[in-house]
Design a protein around this ligand. Structure first.
Ligand code: PHE
Length: 447
């Protein structure tokens, strides 16, 4: 028998859970560096312009499709009466499975680093030694897979609890905690002697660095950061009740996501510069540069632990949102939530194993563009599947069911100026922008 479709317990719960999806490793380990490299405040201004127009519009479209359909991402298109578009839902769910498999491996490293920092594993080491320790940890065949398993189990534990009882409840506890930790880290970082240089790297506007390439970087970052282009927001939207104002909610979610990205820059860059290190993006920053910084920072032992707790929380609320569309589909097929969660969780865990081994004993096995399994999976989703998903969503919402979308967002009356602007972006501006991201990501065009 089909289970009744679930709902969020409150609007706040919906906002926090969706913000939890958006706020992830992308905000913390990528945004500060990308902003610093691409003109600081000048980049941030462009980024703000993009997230609050194109990003917001695509987000609103996905949520509105979901609320209208009131079902999982795969069944949604049939229910709306456009069964030919079902492949968009399938694409979203497949993308979710691939993303989660490697996201969970990297999140497992974050848990390992909570344990390592608490045990004083890096004390007294310099950057080179910490880099070596990181390489040998992620390259070892067993420990990272155990941590990946722990993280995948945490994700399953939240999702098993259901929409209101699991995802919403966890978000209401974890998101405030994330903010408290982040603010503590900002306070520590900006008060270090020499912090000003990092603030300058992050915030001083350098308009000479702005080019088409910068705009592309901002677009790509906005897309990934808002978790657009897959089945997540559609699924989360299907749990929203008819009274909720979708436009206002989407603005709040985008605001929270952007706020965390900026706070992360204020937490990380001043500390990195104050201790004379070079900033970088991604795993190198997180697992090598920052532990080195913590080593010589007053209170560093404590701040290292809470930093990795912060990353784990950010990753967990994102991974939960990636698993949910998969589970929602299987529960609609008649499986119980528990069976659906454990079944898909185990498959995702198994798929993550080659990702984990690909940065160790399998590092000479290459797939896409000479990259190992993990980098290939990341490339495939980031450069290909997410933009294609986003593009199809824009076309579907803006061209195929525009009247329904208009009603979903602004009710039965004549659409206001904002709704008309939204549709304009959805129909013309966003598809062109996404197409450019896609073509430049695939290196078909260069700027
Ligand atoms: N939005 C998340 C981040 O910024 C990552 C993510 C992307 C999560 C796609 C789910 C889907 O890190």
């Amino acid at each position: 028998m089909k289970a009744a479709h679930e709902n969020w317990g409150s609007r706040l719960g919906f906002i926090l859970a969706t913000a939890g999806s958006a706020i992830g490793l992308g905000n913390i380990w990528k945004f500060p560096y990308v902003a610093g490299e691409n003109g600081g405040a000048a980049f941030i201004i462009i980024y703000l312009g993009i997230v609050f127009t194109i990003g917001l519009s695509v987000m609103l479209a996905e949520i509105a499709i979901g609320r209208h359909a009131q079902t999982d991402a795969i069944s949604a298109f049939r229910k709306i009466g456009k069964p030919g578009w079902t492949f968009v839902g399938v694409l979203g769910v497949v993308t979710a499975v691939i993303i989660l498999s490697f996201y969970s491996v990297v999140a497992g490293w974050c848990i390992a680093y909570i344990v390592k920092s608490a045990g004083g594993a890096f004390s007294g080491m310099d950057a080179e030694a910490i880099g070596g320790a990181f390489g040998s940890f992620i390259g070892s065949p067993v420990a990272p897979i155990v941590y990946h398993g722990i993280f995948a189990s945490l994700t399953m534990a939240v999702v098993i609890g259901g929409v209101a009882g699991g995802i919403e409840k966890a978000s209401k506890f974890l998101m405030p905690m994330l903010f408290v930790i982040l603010i503590a880290l900002v306070a520590r970082s900006v008060t270090l002697p020499g912090a000003a240089q990092g603030l300058e790297f992050f915030l001083a506007p350098d308009f000479s660095k702005i080019s088409a390439l910068t705009v592309m970087a901002a677009l790509g970052q906005a897309f990934f950061s808002l978790s657009l282009g897959m089945a997540i927001l559609l699924t989360f939207g299907s749990y929203v009740d008819r009274q909720t104002n979708l436009g206002k909610s989407a603005v709040q979610i985008v605001f929270l996501d952007t706020l965390v990205a900026i706070l992360a820059g204020l937490a990380i860059l001043p500390a990195v510069f104050a201790l004379g290190m070079d900033p970088a993006a991604g795993p190198g920053l997180t697992f090598v540069t920052l532990p080195t910084v913590f080593n010589s920072m007053p209170g560093g032992y404590f701040f290292a632990i809470i930093f990795f707790v912060l990353l784990t929380i950010a990753a967990l609320t994102s991974s939960v949102s990636v698993l949910e569309p998969v589970v929602a589909f299987f529960t609609n097929m008649g499986l119980s939530r528990k069976t659906a969660t454990i079944g898909s969780g185990v498959i995702i865990f198994l798929l993550g194993i080659p990702s984990s081994l690909s940065v160790g004993i399998w590092n000479d096995i290459h797939f896409i563009k000479g990259q190992g399994f993990l980098d290939s999976a990341s490339w495939l989703t980031d450069k290909l599947l997410l933009p294609i998903g986003g593009l199809l969503i824009c076309i579907f919402a803006g061209w195929i069911i525009a009247p329904v979308m208009k009603r979903e967002v602004s009710g039965d009356g004549a659409p206001g100026l904002l709704t008309r602007a939204w549709l304009l972006i959805l129909r013309f501006i966003a598809p062109v922008a996404i197409l450019l991201i896609l073509l430049s990501g695939l290196e078909i065009i260069a700027f």
